[in-house]
Design a protein around this ligand. Structure first.
Ligand code: TTP
Ligand code: MG
Length: 351
């Protein structure tokens, strides 16, 4: 599935300014009575009816519709809303790849076995996002990323669109060349000069000729035109580290209390590491004392995702570096240098 939020920046603005909901609205640079430079970032569908589009000079939009609502860009707010919406979508995914502020691929490998249940699932995701964030979105459902993306475009706005693998050629064939993901204006012009007008023409084109003109990109394009795409949903690793902290009810100098906390925190951190199917190479222990001074100590180890490796390293760091005299207020355990590779299994390290 490809999920893409509808008229995203403006939809976010509508949430906090309900009064603009039925007005043509544009988020972008200041139009300054038509003298402004810069572009339209996005606009709602009401504004699109007048021909206003993302990327258009803001002065052009102003010429078309001076009485539209013009709002400045507030990235921090859109990013916050994006995190919320993506957080909901992610819960439903077996694999999740966010590709822009308002767009993500969701792979359902185990959870759905046929198109009907995939569509039911898409409905659930769409409803949850709408209920939890108030934002509308469109979901394209298909057998690969390319088709899901094209389906989503076709389903906009506020839709769910299924394209079955066996319907792909029919679905694609009448489309403009530059509607095909990966083909821009220049390539389109070259293809037109070769006599190809639609995606269907490209699908049936002479492959040798495409190769001569475009090299391996030509072959890729033709695959796309036939609805073939083998690329995988790549999980994002935006998490840079995973950590937990604990503040003691009473500041303590007791080693046993501190070590118990380290074990507890290590356990929580490992659970999260394993849930995300990650491994780590660096362990950091943080000690904050009653006088508010702070000690951070890190050590690199062999890549691992195991509790024992984390807890023993953290314990060691504490034992070596913690102050014997100052009372500790807070302790933290953190892992970083995260990766997807599994830690070396113990047994292999003997081979
Ligand atoms: P899009 O998903 O392309 O557009 P959209 O969400 O506004 O509209 P829809 O999906 O319903 O067609 O882009 C997402 C957001 O990214 C958009 O709200 C504004 C921003 N954006 C840019 O910052 N630069 C751009 O060039 C484009 C096209 C969008
Ligand atoms: Mg969008």
């Amino acid at each position: 599935m490809l999920i893409d939020m509808d008229y995203f920046f403006v939809a976010c603005e509508e949430l906090r300014r309900p009064e603009i909901k039925d007005k043509p609205t544009i988020v972008g640079f200041d139009p300054k009575q038509g003298e402004g430079r810069g572009v339209v970032m996005t606009c709602n569908y009401l504004a699109r009816k007048f021909g206003i589009r993302s990327g258009m000079p803001i002065s052009t939009a102003y010429r078309i519709k001076p009485d539209a609502v013009y709002l400045p860009i507030d990235y921090d707010y859109y990013e916050k809303m994006s995190r919320e919406a993506m957080g909901v979508a992610k819960r439903y995914a077996d694999r999740f790849e966010q590709v822009s502020i308002d767009e993500a691929y969701i792979e359902l490998s185990r959870k759905s076995i046929d198109y009907d249940s995939a569509v039911e699932y898409a409905k659930k995701i769409k409803e949850s996002i709408n209920k939890e964030t108030g934002l509308p979105c469109t979901i394209g459902v298909s057998s690969n990323k390319l088709l899901a993306k094209m389906a989503c475009e076709a389903g906009k706005p506020d839709g769910i669109k299924l394209v079955k693998e066996e319907e792909a050629k029919e679905f694609l064939k009448g489309k403009d060349l530059d509607d095909l993901y990966g083909i821009g204006r220049k390539t389109k012009e070259k293809l037109e000069a070769m006599g190809y007008k639609t995606v269907g023409d490209l699908a049936k084109a002479n492959t040798m000729e495409l190769m001569e003109k475009f090299g391996s990109y030509g072959v890729e394009m033709q695959k796309s035109a036939n609805g073939i795409d083998e690329s995988k949903v790549e999980e994002n690793y935006e998490v840079k580290s995973i950590g937990r902290e604990k503040t003691f009810e009473r500041d303590t100098t007791e080693r046993t209390v501190a070590l118990a906390a380290i074990r507890e925190l290590s356990n929580e951190v490992i659970k999260e590491v394993q849930k995300a199917e990650l491994s780590f190479k660096v362990v950091t222990v943080k000690m904050r004392y009653a006088d508010f001074t702070e000690h951070l100590k890190s050590r690199s180890i062999r890549r691992s995702d195991q509790y024992d490796d984390l807890a023993s390293t953290a314990t060691d760091l504490y034992s070596k570096y913690a102050s014997r005299v100052k009372r500790i207020r807070k302790i933290g355990v953190r892992v970083s240098d995260l990766g997807k590779e599994k830690g070396q299994k113990k047994i292999n390290s003997f081979v």
